[in-house]
Design a protein around this ligand. Structure first.
Ligand code: TYD
Length: 401
């Protein structure tokens, strides 16, 4: 991101299949394509990043994660749309979202009187959005698309990007695209998972090939400054295991917020900018794996039945890195129809419908969607009353409920 080549290895999670490459049982004997999963840290700007970039068309042209499938996300996006409307837009403002998925945020923006346009590389998701009247261009966002939108619609009051900056290799090109697309006082509002949370809670499982960058605020301020923009406000939000919502305008158009100054200070004070923090992190990741393996091994030796809940992408990093297969976890229960009947990538644990938890009543279920822990406990009260337990796998495996 800062163009330095001074990178050093922080964490090697091995060579793993892509986190959403579920396998059909008929193809279980065939070898899976694997890619190195290593994180490197830049000694100059501090950005944590993957060593390997998987071609974006492999990862994102057909994308199976539909944002509107998650109830907590719907509420989250309604709040975001309201903030955008109140702080930065007028009735009828042009608002562009890239990585707009199935249009869940576009709809919330339209409901608030704005004129949203989506840009989404996944053909399947762009079709869903367009079919419901939420106009979406089926493209990868970049300077060229930005210029075409500006010519076609006029410049945007707000550009939005949720959980997509970390998917993009050339973020400097994105900063240039924003410059081409935003009105003079336009604002870019983006959410990314926060590196401070990843480190503090040892969320190593959120590292997979779709996530090329793991952002702290310091490198982001530099990135935008290099394009004549300025990150002027930022706030921590509890979504996806801990994220930040950032606000970026043109240089010197708005005062820098006290929240921004505080978070920059916190990053310096808590060691987020120090190489030694990352050496400790790697040690904690190995300990986290050992504790989980030890717990599951003990439960199995006591003849307890163990399953998992949520065939998540992060779950697949965890299962592969910890070497957890069907000898420790019988099945993974998941609500997503297309995942059911398939095997998890790499470890080949069968995915079953969510109801399997109550039918089979394993003594324990590992929460692989731990970011929704409280919602899971509420939703699965009948499983708990029937004597089941949930294991929270990170930072140190523990019985959660
Ligand atoms: P998410 O944390 O968004 O996954 P990822 O790591 O892939 O980004 O979790 C979504 C997945 O978890 C999805 O496959 C559905 C599943 N899930 C359930 O099956 N039941 C639940 O109660 C929850 C919260 C998630």
């Amino acid at each position: 991101m800062c163009r330095s080549g001074d990178l050093s290895l922080v964490l090697d999670l091995g060579s793993t299949p892509l986190a959403n490459a579920f396998v059909s049982p008929e193809r279980a004997a065939e070898p899976e394509q694997r890619f190195a999963l290593e994180t490197l840290r830049c000694a100059r700007c501090g950005l944590l990043q993957l060593s390997v970039v998987v071609r974006p068309d492999i990862l994102f042209r057909h994308y199976l994660y539909a944002s509107s499938a998650s109830a907590p996300l719907l509420e989250h996006f309604a709040g975001l749309a309201q903030e955008v409307r109140d702080r930065f837009a007028r009735a009828g403002s042009v608002v562009v979202e890239f990585g707009s998925n199935d249009g869940v945020l576009l709809r919330a923006l339209r409901d608030r009187g704005l004129r949203p346009l989506g840009v989404e590389p996944a053909t399947n998701l762009a079709s869903v959005a367009n079919a419901t009247g939420l106009e979406t261009w089926n493209e990868f966002f970049g300077p060229d698309v930005a210029q075409r939108i500006a010519a076609d619609r006029g410049r945007a009051a707000v550009v939005l990007a949720n959980n997509v900056l970390a998917h993009i290799d050339d973020v400097r090109a994105i900063a240039a695209a924003l410059d081409a697309l935003l009105e003079t006082d336009g604002v870019f509002v983006a959410e990314v998972p926060y590196l401070g949370d990843l480190i503090a809670h040892v969320e190593y499982d959120t590292i997979y090939h779709e996530h090329l960058s793991y952002f702290a605020v310091h490198p982001l301020t530099e990135l935008f400054a290099s394009a004549g923009l300025e990150l002027f406000d930022v706030r921590r939000i509890p979504i996806h295991g801990g994220s930040i919502r950032m606000f970026v305008g043109r240089a010197a158009r708005r005062p820098r917020s006290a929240d921004l100054e505080r978070l920059l200070e916190d990053e310096a004070r808590t060691g987020l900018l120090d190489a030694s923090t990352y050496a400790d992190f790697a040690t904690q990741v190995a300990r986290s794996r050992d504790a989980l393996r030890e717990m599951l091994g003990r439960l199995r030796s006591e003849r307890r039945r163990v399953a998992a809940l949520g065939a998540t992408a992060k779950g697949n990093t965890l299962l592969n890195y910890c070497g957890i297969g069907t000898e420790l976890v019988e099945f993974v229960a998941d609500t997503t129809p297309f995942k059911q009947g398939l095997l998890t990538p790499g470890m080949h644990i069968p995915v079953r419908p969510e109801g399997a938890l109550l039918e089979e009543r394993p003594d324990y279920a590992v929460m692989l969607a731990w970011n929704y822990a409280d919602a899971i406990v509420r939703k699965h009260a009948p499983y708990l009353s029937a004597g089941g337990h949930f294991i929270h796998p990170i930072p140190t495996a523990r019985v959660y409920a």
